[in-house]
Design a protein around this ligand. Structure first.
Ligand code: FEO
Length: 378
C-alpha cells in the first residue's frame, strides 16, 4: 500500500485488538498508519501503537534501506500513534522531532525523555523542505486532541490528515469505506464538528490528490466523496432520508412493536433500520442515529424510568452532540409508563431535537389500538 515511489506506507494492521480505545469493538481490527518520505532528507510521519512497535520497526528498516531518519513529524500524541515515539527517539538520537507548542508538553507527560536540542516547534503555515518535497503544517485542534496538526506535501499534493478520514478495519480489505468510517468519525471525533468544519475550510483551498490518514486506507480517488461525507457528519446533517428504530425491550413486547413499525414504514417505501439496544454495540447505534434524518425510540419502563440500554444510548447520543433531528417516542409500561416522559427530558438536553407528537403508549402488549397508533406515528 505504498503512496508513491518516494512515500512509503509503513503502518501496521492490528487484527489482535478487540476493543479500540478500550471501548469500541473492532471485529475487523484497525491499522496504525505511518509513512516515510524519502528525499534528500527523510521524514517519518508518526509512529504506531506500542502493540505494533516490532512490526513497524521491521517495515521502517526495510523502507529506509540503510538510510537514517532526519525528522519525525508528530501529528497526534494519542498513544495509538505516538506509542512508539520513545523507542524511535532512542534508536535515532540525531533525529529532530517536529511538533507544535502543544505537542512537546504531551511528549514529556507520556515519556521520560530529554529532547533538548532535538525539537522543531512549528506553527500554522510553517514549512519544512525535505528536498523535492515540502511540508506545510496546519493546526487541527480537537480533531481529535488539542495538539493535532495536519501536513500538506505540495510536490505530490498529499494531505497527511491525522485521525480525520480514518476508519476501523483492514486498510487493504477493499471493503466499503463508509460504514466503519462513519462509526469511527461519529464516536471518536463527532463531538468536535465545529473544529472539523474549520479544518475542512482550511484544506478546502488546497489541490489535494491523496489523503493519508492515520487509520484505514490511503484515499486517492473520488476525494470529493469522502470530503462530502465529512462535511455532512461534522455539520450534524443527516446522511440520508430514513428512520432508525432503536428499541430497548425487557420481555419482547416493545421489540414486537418496533418490528411492526419497521414493517409498516417499509411498506410505505421508507428506509427503516431496526436496532436492538440490548444487543447492539452503542457505537454502531449512535452511528446509525447520525446517518438518518429521523429516529424512533421504543422503550420499556424500568425502575420507574428508562430501561437501562436506552438510558445508555441517550447518554451516548448527548455526549456525541446528536442534534438537528426529529425523534418519535414509543413507550411501554404495565402499571405506570414513564419511559416517554424521561426520554423526552433527555432529548431536551440535546440541540435542535424535535420530539414528535403524539407519543405511543403500550400497556404491556401489542393490540389493535397500538397497531393503529403506530400506523400513524410517522
Ligand atoms: Fe487514532 Fe486520536 O488517535
Amino acid at each position: 500500500m505504498n503512496v508513491s515511489d518516494s512515500i512509503r506506507y509503513i503502518g501496521v494492521y492490528d487484527d489482535t485488538i478487540d476493543l479500540f480505545e478500550g471501548q469500541y469493538p473492532v471485529p475487523q481490527g484497525i491499522s496504525y498508519n505511518s509513512y516515510l518520505i524519502l528525499d534528500e532528507k527523510v521524514a517519518l510521519m508518526d509512529t504506531v501503537d506500542q502493540r505494533a512497535t516490532a512490526k513497524w520497526l521491521d517495515n521502517l528498516q526495510e523502507a529506509l534501506g540503510g538510510r537514517t531518519i532526519d525528522y519525525l513529524i508528530v501529528s497526534h500524541m494519542e498513544p495509538d500513534h505516538a506509542g512508539s515515539l520513545f523507542k524511535i527517539a532512542e534508536l535515532y538520537p540525531e533525529m529532530t522531532i517536529v511538533g507544535n507548542a502543544k505537542t512537546f508538553p504531551m511528549i514529556s507527560q507520556f515519556f521520560p525523555i530529554d529532547l533538548t536540542g532535538r525539537t522543531l516547534v512549528v506553527k500554522e503555515g510553517d514549512t519544512l523542505s525535505l528536498g523535492r518535497h515540502t511540508l506545510t503544517f496546519t493546526m487541527a485542534p480537537m480533531v481529535h486532541w488539542p495538539e493535532v496538526m495536519m501536513t500538506y506535501e505540495s510536490e505530490e499534493k498529499i494531505v497527511f490528515s491525522a485521525d480525520a478520514f480514518g476508519r476501523f478495519g483492514d486498510p487493504e480489505s477493499g471493503e466499503e469505506w463508509t460504514p466503519e468510517a462513519r462509526r469511527y468519525f461519529i464516536n471518536i471525533v463527532g463531538k468536535y464538528g465545529a473544529q472539523v468544519q474549520a479544518v475542512l475550510k482550511k484544506v478546502g483551498g488546497l489541490d489535494v490528490r491523496t489523503i493519508c490518514p492515520l487509520h484505514g486506507p490511503v484515499l486517492q480517488d473520488n476525494l470529493g466523496f469522502y470530503i462530502g461525507l465529512y462535511d455532512t457528519w461534522s455539520s450534524y446533517r443527516s446522511e440520508e432520508k430514513g428512520v432508525l428504530i432503536a428499541y430497548a425491550s425487557i420481555h419482547g413486547h416493545t421489540a414486537e412493536a418496533a418490528a411492526y413499525l419497521a414493517d409498516q414504514l417499509k411498506a410505505k417505501g421508507e428506509t427503516a433500520e431496526l436496532i436492538n439496544l440490548g444487543r447492539a454495540d452503542l457505537s454502531e447505534a449512535v452511528a446509525q442515529a447520525f446517518r438518518f434524518d429521523r429516529m424512533v425510540l421504543a422503550c420499556s419502563t424500568y425502575d420507574g424510568g428508562i430501561f437501562t440500554p436506552m438510558d445508555a444510548f441517550l447518554h451516548r447520543l448527548r455526549a456525541k452532540s446528536y442534534q438537528n433531528r426529529t425523534v418519535y417516542l414509543v413507550e411501554n409500561g404495565t402499571w405506570a409508563p414513564m419511559a416517554a416522559k424521561q426520554m423526552r427530558a433527555a432529548l431536551e438536553e440535546m440541540k435542535n431535537i424535535s420530539v414528535a407528537e403524539p407519543v405511543v403508549t403500550i400497556r404491556s402488549a401489542m393490540n389493535d389500538a397500538v397497531k393503529e397508533s403506530l400506523n400513524h406515528l410517522i
